[in-house]
Design a protein around this ligand. Structure first.
Ligand code: ZN
Length: 436
């Protein structure tokens, strides 16, 4: 297959591109078994001006993609770029969740000044951008005094990356932190001032319901969306997802709610699961699964035996109820996940294997594009549409098995109609931050 060269200026048309029907709402033509349609995309300035089924006479400015898959740029709705890349100086001693929590806490207290957080965040964003992500939400550890260090860094980073990556921030702390009403009110005010999202980690503390009430009341007061980490455990008694849904219904919450992980749901009896999912659907809650991090941390055994479950939540059952479902990167090269590079193609490839996003493919490609875009209130992102931005990725693969079998390191990322330089930052750039 010949090298594809996109022009540096002027309008052009990509002919014989393979687009996914679920991500191309304006295109009505018969799709193949995996949902792909052969189509032509016309680009003028930074926008898509037309999408039509292939087959008519090629124009002089046509570039023949010969059936290559084109997807909209990725939207990564759950990451931790404030934690990213600390692994070399702070590994997880045993691969467990507790090991991750303790190691990260120690590193945060000892090392997370503004320069350290800023340089690691920028490194992460350069990787995400090179892989084809156009919008990213990060959780920000907001345990005192870290919130005073990290939120100004986040605001500066969002400015620096405006136009390349749309960056959103969510505060992160254990739900028991909300017992301190004064501190929590101050944090919510800070998050609101930064245009952020209110978030917390829920687990089965005795006063969970009262604390959730406080979180929802505070979100309503400031007009904030909500984003939870919930039930990241194999414990059958972990039902904070259900409690979040009940609280949302009680308060008639009208903002967006995203809940991440929900691992324990996959361990619970069917009747309990159905009750929880009905409430989640009624409350309009969206769920994000973090398959790579779950696979790494869940069912980690210290007795030399082999893990027996995948750790992911029940996305198929959720989809059957119309619950919006996304998958995302979560942690990268930190004690919660030793690997990763904010490459959403890798996330989708892994999700396909771990969660069976295949046979049929259905509309699962929405989990890394239009569904997270909707959760993040990003109009026009995660789809390909006339009038929308010419932000897309041209893969080498011509069908799903070709795209999902190789790393696609030679994919072409197009932003505003032009191919970007896809330079991944060199790990050695962070070496001086990794020394004791
Ligand atoms: Zn997370």
């Amino acid at each position: 297959m010949t090298q594809i060269q996109l022009p540096l200026s002027g309008p052009y048309t990509l002919i014989n591109a393979r687009l996914h029907a679920s991500l191309t709402p304006s295109l009505s033509a018969p799709a193949d078994a995996d949902g792909f349609i052969l189509a032509d995309i016309s680009v003028t300035d930074a926008c898509i001006v037309g999408i039509a089924p292939s087959g008519h006479q090629p124009t002089p400015d046509a570039i023949d993609l010969a059936g290559r898959i084109v997807l909209p740029c990725f939207v990564d709705c759950h990451t931790h770029i404030d934690k990213g890349h600390i692994w070399p100086r702070k590994p997880n001693p045993d691969g467990s969740f507790l090991g991750a929590l303790n190691a990260t806490g120690e590193d945060r207290v000892a090392r997370w000044n503004a320069d350290d957080v800023s340089r690691r965040m920028d490194f992460s964003l350069r990787s995400a951008y090179a892989h084809g992500t156009s919008a990213l939400r990060t959780h920000i550890d907001s345990v005192p005094p870290q919130e005073e260090i990290s939120w100004p860094v986040f605001e500066a980073m969002r400015e620096r990356w405006r136009g390349r990556i749309e960056l959103q921030g969510v505060c992160l702390f254990g739900i028991e932190g909300a017992r301190d009403a004064k501190w929590f009110a101050g944090l919510a005010k800070r998050v609101a001032a930064a245009g952020g999202v209110l978030g917390t980690v829920t687990y089965m503390v005795p006063d969970l319901e009262q604390l959730l009430d406080r979180v929802f009341v505070t979100a309503i007061e400031h007009g904030l969306d909500l984003d939870f980490h919930a039930d990241e455990t194999d414990s059958i008694s972990a039902i904070s997802l259900k409690r979040i849904a009940e609280t949302a219904l009680r308060h008639r919450f009208e903002g967006k709610i995203l809940v991440g992980h929900c691992c324990s749901l996959a361990r619970q009896p069917d009747a309990d699961v159905l009750d929880t999912l009905d409430k989640v659907a009624r409350a309009g809650i969206a769920v994000v699964s973090l398959p790579m991090c779950n696979l790494y941390l869940q069912d980690r055994r210290q007795d030399g035996t082999t893990p027996r479950w995948r750790g992911v939540t029940l996305l198929h059952e959720m989809r059957a109820r119309g619950i919006p479902a996304a998958v995302a990167s979560d942690n990268t090269r930190d004690p919660f996940y030793a690997y990763g590079d904010l490459d959403m193609l890798e996330v989708y490839r892994m999700a396909t294997r771990i969660l069976h996003f295949d046979h049929p493919v259905g509309d699962w490609p929405k989990t890394v594009t239009s569904t997270p875009a909707d959760i993040m209130r990003l109009h026009g992102a995660g789809i390909l549409a006339p009038g929308g931005p010419a932000d897309f990725i041209v893969f080498k693969g011509r069908n799903w098995t070709e795209v999902l079998s190789r790393p696609e390191s030679d994919r072409i990322v197009v932003r505003g109609g032009r191919a970007i330089a896809r330079d991944l930052p060199d790990y050695s750039e962070l070496d001086d931050l990794m020394v004791e």
